[in-house]
Design a protein around this ligand. Structure first.
Ligand code: FAD
Length: 296
């Protein structure tokens, strides 16, 4: 119930105005968001890289409503790429590249970003968003892979067809996550989502894909490590991914143990929906947020 209410809040323009104009939220934002500009993101990347962590950097921003907005997003990604070290990844939301305007437009923009990334020794991963964009996401991913075979895609385990997706993806970089939105027919109970996550993980670990296991869940992390051993993958055969600001000590610990541990580093002005989705995931985060509002 609380999660549903929070996710509805993440789309409310009124709530967004209230929260984003309040100076009181700065500390909470700083915990989860690397800053407003590409320079801030680059500084965070440098700090994380020094600790042996890998990164995927995401420019916050969703749902552009015109071609100019999509073009601006491409420009921002192209200048971001110049600031990142080789081996870094960028995470891209196709709705920010115009997916809701036209699939062709988003494909063309994503193609430009993938080409520029490849020229710099970087990779691109396509984030998964609201359920009505998932078919478009996979169509664009399939088309992009003809020219850019290492472009990654996200599968959300809360969708009942996620297993089918994993079975169809061959040789791809696949980030598996639980899913941060809501969708009709999606698994809603935690146990069902976790079971689906494990079913997908089994297929990815046993198959030809490069699994990117995106979770903070200790149980799922243990299962991933066990499956990797059973399937004969060493620590270079898959990676773990966590969000900037969530379980940073565990991120450092995993890297020290030799895991390929990648941190998702979001930056930009449009942080509101991202932050509210993080708060929806964990009541503890919400308490932290509310405490920060009243303790000033
Ligand atoms: P949860 O069910 O949130 O948490 C499970 C357990 O993890 C908790 O019980 C606790 O033990 C531990 N835990 C979680 N948070 C904390 C914390 N702050 N401190 C201590 N312990 C904690 N979603 C999408 O829909 N599309 C995407 O493209 C996408 N990309 C993602 C990329 C990355 C790198 C990651 C990590 C997540 C991404 N997500 C994406 C979000 C994802 O779908 C989940 O909403 C989010 O990761 C929370 O799920 P969880 O697996 O961490 O487990």
């Amino acid at each position: 119930m609380l999660r549903q209410a929070m996710l509805a809040l993440s789309k409310s323009r009124r709530a967004e105005r209230l929260v984003t104009t309040s100076p009181l939220t700065a500390d909470v934002v700083a915990r989860y968001v690397a800053g407003r500009g590409a320079g801030d993101a680059a500084a965070t990347v440098q700090e994380l890289t020094r600790k042996g962590l890998l990164v995927t950097v995401a420019r916050l921003g969703e749902e552009v409503t015109d071609e100019e907005g999509a073009e601006a997003a491409v420009g921002a990604y192209l200048s971001l790429l110049d600031r990142l070290p080789a081996g870094a990844d960028v995470s891209v939301k196709l709705t920010a590249l115009g997916l809701r305007l036209s699939q062709r437009l988003a494909l063309g923009h994503a193609d430009r970003i993938c080409a520029a990334a490849a020229a710099r020794g970087l990779t691109v991963t396509l984030d998964a968003e609201e359920h009505d964009t998932v078919a478009g996401l996979h169509a664009v991913h399939t088309a992009l892979r003809r020219e850019h075979p290492d472009v990654g895609v996200v599968v959300q385990a809360y969708l009942p067809d996620s297993l089918d997706r994993c079975e169809k993806l061959s040789g791809a970089r696949v980030r598996l996550c639980k899913g941060a939105y809501t969708a009709p027919g999606a698994y809603a109970r935690r146990a069902d989502i976790d079971r689906s996550f494990v079913r997908c993980l089994r297929v990815l670990m046993a198959g030809t894909c490069y699994p990117m296991v995106a979770t903070h869940d200790p149980r799922l992390l243990r299962i991933a490590a066990t499956l990797a051993v059973l399937d004969g993958r060493d620590q270079t055969g898959y990676e773990l991914q966590m969000l900037y600001g969530v379980r940073p000590a565990e991120q450092a610990r995993q890297a020290q143990l030799g895991a390929r541990m990648r941190v998702y580093v979001p930056y930009g002005d449009d942080w509101y929906p991202y932050l509210v989705r993080r708060l929806a995931e964990r009541p503890g985060n919400l308490a932290f947020f509310l405490r920060s509002l009243v303790s000033r």
